[in-house]
Structure formats: structure tokens, C-alpha cells
Write a protein that binds this ligand. Structure first.
Ligand SMILES: Cc1cc2nc3c(=O)[nH]c(=O)nc-3n(C[C@H](O)[C@H](O)[C@H](O)COP(=O)(O)OP(=O)(O)OC[C@H]3O[C@@H](n4cnc5c(N)ncnc54)[C@H](O)[C@@H]3O)c2cc1C
Length: 385
């Protein structure tokens, strides 16, 4: 007699919830995703999809179809306001990076989750979990708690699932703001490279995000009231970044989203039959462009451990034990990067180019900071099998 089909209830239809749904459904689970929005959609502009993300998307069989919608980058640069090049990295091998519009990524994950047989319920807000007979059941605003063999809290930085569990967890907003734009055309990004321009405590990242689009992000300390204005103050930004004056003018007419950096503290990812995943578990400043990458490898690793170990509670404990260090270290480095770029004292400005140069020059430093690029081989999980 075959074993009864196992059931997973997933809170959140973002990158984490949908990737987990596809992976578990493929392994024979009955999966239901609860998304509070009225449709599956991403807010924001572009997204860097790095080697670790790509490896999971390849395993899901969606990357080849997605690739033409985005663009592969050849190198990353950091430049100072005089146009001088302060750091250059080649983006090949385990450092490969593609850029996409966010919507392209979420739609690919939604489609593969549905194709694998997962159910996605929109307009379904999760309010938390309730303990029932030694394990947790998911509660939604609409009705009774749903029992499941596995509950996944992939409901973002303010996770209702995480917040309802008996642990001290939370989301702390950092005093850094980021504006994001996705504009038509490649006038400002003719080459396949991403450039981060630094001027004092402000940064502007400019990158092609597809054959005919450009993604721009602008970062500044929250206390910088002029930098915070939207529509952006083109004259003020141009004075700080003279070589980007044309782009600033174009952006002053373009729609933007503004967001505060933040960091999640989640002491336990595994509690009985509940797994906390993605930003809900390790939300971090986007300084290394790795939030989705961590989310995807952790989703893959979760499915892997559930395949290896039949006892769900034990499997997810092993999952946390095995892979968590990659996210923890990346979160620490992402916060350091934020501190270095936002708070570095002006009295020490002379040292900043040196540190920036050293991270470009000595591969060891960059590899430590960008540990997540290496993906699950760090945790001994062979994704080719
Ligand atoms: C400015 C910025 C730039 C970034 N750039 C990059 C990048 O270049 N590369 C990269 O890898 N990562 C990047 N990230 C990080 C990346 O976007 C996140 O790590 C990733 O989206 C996390 O996915 P998630 O599914 O865990 O969470 P989310 O994307 O937050 O998805 C959570 C989902 O759950 C839903 N939800 C929330 N609460 C409930 C509830 N109570 N009930 C039901 N549904 C609920 C939400 O509507 C949402 O759909 C960036 C993040 C930011 C903020």
C-alpha cells in the first residue's frame, strides 16, 4: 500500500512560497499556497538573479525560457563621482549574474508551481498558526485552521506565521532608503555591465535589465531629506553625480518605489512542523542582491531534506542545521555593507577608496562576503543529482 499523500500549507505567494510549492508538488506533496494579494505580483523594478538562484531555477526547468527576458551581465564596477573606476569584477562561473524585471521571475515561478499541481489561493490572508494535537495548523482570516503535515511561513519580513510562534523574532527597519526604477530602453546602459556609482553616503546602481530596459536603484541615508524626495530632485542628485545628469533628468519623470532597508531576526527556522523561509527567516538589506538567492536555495534544500527524512519535524530541524549558516553570514555582510556605505565617517573618507579597491583586488575578501553565490555545494547538497 502506498503512503498517504502529504499535505503542505504555505503562507505567501512570493518567490519563496512559489518555489517551495513547485519543489514539494514535484515530490508528490499536495500543496496549497495562500497569498493575501488578489493576484501573484511583485512590487519593485529589476532583480539580480545570481548563480545560486540560477541553479535552482535550472533545477525547476524554467531558466532557459526565462533567460531571453533578462540579460546576462559581464562585469560589475564601482565608480566614484569623478568617473574613476574603483572596483571591477568579472561576473562568470559561480559569480554569474542575470538581471530581470521582477514580474518575469514571479510569473515563471507561479507557472511552474501550477504546472506541478500546486493550488494557489489569492485573497487569502494568513493570520498565524495554532497548536493542535502536537503540531501547528495554519490560520487564515477567512476560516478555520488548516492542518497539514508541513506549514511553511514564506510570508515576508513581517511574517504572521513567524510572529505567532513562541520565540522572540522581529523585523527592524534600518535608516537607509532605496528608490527603484525600471525604465524603457538602453540609452544609459549600452554595455552588459552593472555600475554602482558612489558619492559620499549616496549610491546609484545602473544596469540593463533585459534587451530593452534599464534598472536603476538609488540609496541614501534616511536623514538625507533631499535624497528622499519623490519625484526625485534631479538637480540635487546631478550635483552629486555629474556624469549621471541625463539619467537623473529621465528618472525625475519615471514611476518609482521607495523602501527602507531592514533586517529580520528569526532565532528558529524550524518549530515542530513549521518551517520559516525566505525574507520571513533572513530578511536582509539588499546590498549584496542575495535575498532571493538565499530564499531559493533554502527552498530547494528544504525539499531535499524532506525527501531524505520522512519525519517532517526532524527533516526541517536538519534543514535549518545544515543550511542556515549561509544566510546568517550573508545577512551579516549585507548589514556591514550598508553600514560602510551609509555611516562611514567623513573624517575617514580617505580610506573608503582603499577598502573598496581591496575588496575588488583580493578575491578572498569578495568570496567571503559573497559566500552565497556558491549555492548549496557549501552545505554538501549536490543539485545535479
Ligand atoms: C530594494 C530591494 C532590492 C532587492 N534586490 C534583490 C536582488 O537584486 N536580488 C535578490 O536576490 N534579492 C533581492 N532582494 C530581496 C528579494 O526581493 C527577497 O529576498 C525575496 O523577494 C524574498 O521572497 P519571499 O517570498 O521570502 O518574500 P516576499 O517577496 O516578501 O513575498 C512574501 C509574499 O507573502 C505575501 N504575504 C505577506 N503576508 C501575508 C499573509 N499574512 N498572508 C498571506 N500572504 C502574505 C506577500 O503578499 C508576498 O506575496 C531585494 C529586496 C529589496 C527590498
Amino acid at each position: 500500500m502506498s503512503a498517504p499523500q502529504r499535505m503542505a500549507e504555505i503562507a505567501g505567494g512570493g518567490i519563496g512560497g512559489l518555489a517551495t510549492a513547485a519543489l514539494l508538488a514535484r515530490d508528490g506533496w499536495k500543496v496549497r499556497v495562500h497569498e493575501r494579494g488578489d493576484q501573484i505580483r511583485e512590487i519593485g523594478a529589476g532583480i539580480y538573479i545570481k548563480n545560486n538562484s540560477i541553479e535552482v531555477l535550472e533545477q525547476l526547468g524554467v531558466f532557459d525560457a526565462m533567460a531571453p527576458l533578462g540579460l546576462q551581465l559581464q562585469r560589475a564596477e564601482i565608480r566614484f563621482p569623478d568617473g574613476s573606476l574603483r572596483q571591477q569584477r568579472s561576473l562568470a562561473g559561480l559569480s554569474r549574474v542575470h538581471v530581470f524585471s521582477r514580474q518575469a521571475v514571479i510569473e515563471a515561478l507561479r507557472d511552474v508551481a501550477l504546472a506541478e499541481g500546486a493550488e494557489i489561493v489569492t485573497d487569502s490572508t494568513v493570520t498565524g498558526v495554532t497548536e493542535q494535537g502536537g503540531r501547528y495548523a495554519l490560520r487564515t482570516q477567512k476560516g478555520a485552521a488548516s492542518t497539514a503535515d508541513l506549514v511553511v511561513g514564506a510570508d515576508g519580513v513581517n511574517s504572521a506565521v513567524r510572529n505567532s510562534l513562541p520565540m522572540r523574532s522581529g523585523f527592524r527597519v534600518l535608516p537607509t532608503i532605496i528608490d527603484r526604477f525600471l525604465i524603457q530602453g538602453r540609452e544609459f546602459t549600452p554595455e552588459n555591465k552593472t555600475v554602482e556609482h558612489w558619492s559620499g553616503n549616496r549610491r546609484i546602481g545602473v544596469t540593463p535589465a533585459g534587451p530593452d530596459s534599464t534598472y536603476v536603484y538609488m540609496v541614501a541615508p534616511e536623514r538625507d531629506a533631499t535624497a528622499k524626495k519623490l519625484p526625485l530632485d534631479a538637480a540635487d542628485w546631478s550635483a552629486r553625480f555629474p556624469e549621471l545628469a541625463g539619467l537623473m533628468q529621465a528618472l525625475s519623470q519615471a514611476p518609482a518605489t521607495q523602501y527602507n532597508y531592514g533586517v529580520v531576526n528569526c532565532p528558529h527556522w524550524a518549530m515542530k512542523n513549521v518551517a520559516i523561509l525566505g525574507d520571513a527567516a533572513h530578511g536582509l538589506p539588499p546590498t549584496l542582491g542575495q535575498g532571493a538567492g538565499l530564499t531559493l536555495i533554502n527552498a530547494y534544500a528544504l525539499a531535499h531534506h524532506l525527501r531524505q527524512e520522512a519525519d517532517v519535524a526532524r527533516a526541517i530541524r536538519q534543514w535549518e542545521h545544515n543550511v542556515r549558516f549561509i544566510s546568517d553570514q550573508t545577512q551579516t555582510w549585507a548589514c556591514r555593507y550598508d553600514w560602510f556605505s551609509r555611516q562611514w565617517p567623513t573624517s575617514l573618507d580617505v580610506a573608503r577608496p582603499l577598502i573598496t579597491w581591496a575588496f575588488g583586488r583580493f578575491r578572498y575578501l569578495n568570496d567571503r562576503m559573497r559566500i552565497a553565490d556558491q549555492g548549496l555545494r557549501l552545505a554538501g547538497i549536490d543539485m545535479t543529482r
